[in-house]
Design a protein around this ligand. Structure first.
Ligand SMILES: [Zn+2]
Ligand SMILES: [Zn+2]
Length: 215
């Protein structure tokens, strides 16, 4: 059984998720923690529940999902894993901080990427695993992290409750995101989705209500 705890982070209200199971191994997804209070909340949750983080994942290479990478590296020794097609974005995090949030940051404010992932990769923790569903469109390397046995997916900024992510940022493509959404709409209706911003939803709800999804 997966335990999923969201932490709303930074000036863009991004969702960081700590996902753990009965073994107490945990995965941190999209650590956007920017303010000290956000880092403290995540650290306290992990310590109080005696969790052992074994992966730091990013659904894509945007700054609001990667602010806290250095904090996670300094605290638990984990480097972020992200799809290889977002390498360019991962190399431009300080530039994104300036352009999107108006903040001066240096390359040294971020830890290096630990691993560039591809669709064949499987992320294992405890008794569970995530596979990658490639969902380009919001960014070239946007992915879903999908746990088939628990019917759960982390959708990043590709799919929000009744909406989708923007496609006007560098590397974005409306054509590709529509194709990606058609692909993920084939997942079972009861698949629970945890997006990068806003409330959780399900595939069934999105197929019924999301104007961008045409199954
Ligand atoms: Zn994004
Ligand atoms: Zn975002």
């Amino acid at each position: 059984m997966l335990k999923i705890h969201p932490f709303v982070c930074n000036m863009i209200q991004e969702n960081c998720y700590v996902v753990s199971d009965e073994t107490r191994e945990a995965v941190i997804i999209d650590c956007g923690a920017f303010y000290e209070s956000e880092k403290k909340a995540i650290q306290e949750y992990i310590e109080q529940n005696e969790l052992r983080p074994v992966h730091l994942l990013a659904t894509h290479g945007h700054i609001d999902h990667n602010f806290g990478n250095k904090f996670v590296h300094d605290t638990w020794g984990l480097k972020v894993e992200v799809h290889a097609s977002d390498e360019k974005l991962m190399n431009s995090l300080p530039m994104q901080a300036k352009a999107i949030c108006g903040i001066e940051m240096q390359p040294s404010d971020f830890s290096p990427v630990g691993k560039y992932l591809c669709e064949e990769d499987v992320v294992k923790f405890g008794n569970h695993q995530f596979t990658l569903l490639e969902t380009p469109g919001h960014s070239p390397g946007s992915v879903f992290f999908y746990c088939k046995e628990e019917n759960v997916a982390f959708s990043g900024d590709t799919l929000f409750r009744n909406s989708i992510g923007r496609t006007d940022l560098p590397g974005g493509s409306m054509f590709l995101i529509i194709q990606s959404l058609r692909m993920v709409s084939q997942l079972p209706d009861n698949t629970k989705l945890y997006p990068g911003h806003g409330e959780p939803t399900t595939i069934g709800n999105e197929v019924a209500n999301n104007p961008y999804i045409d199954r």
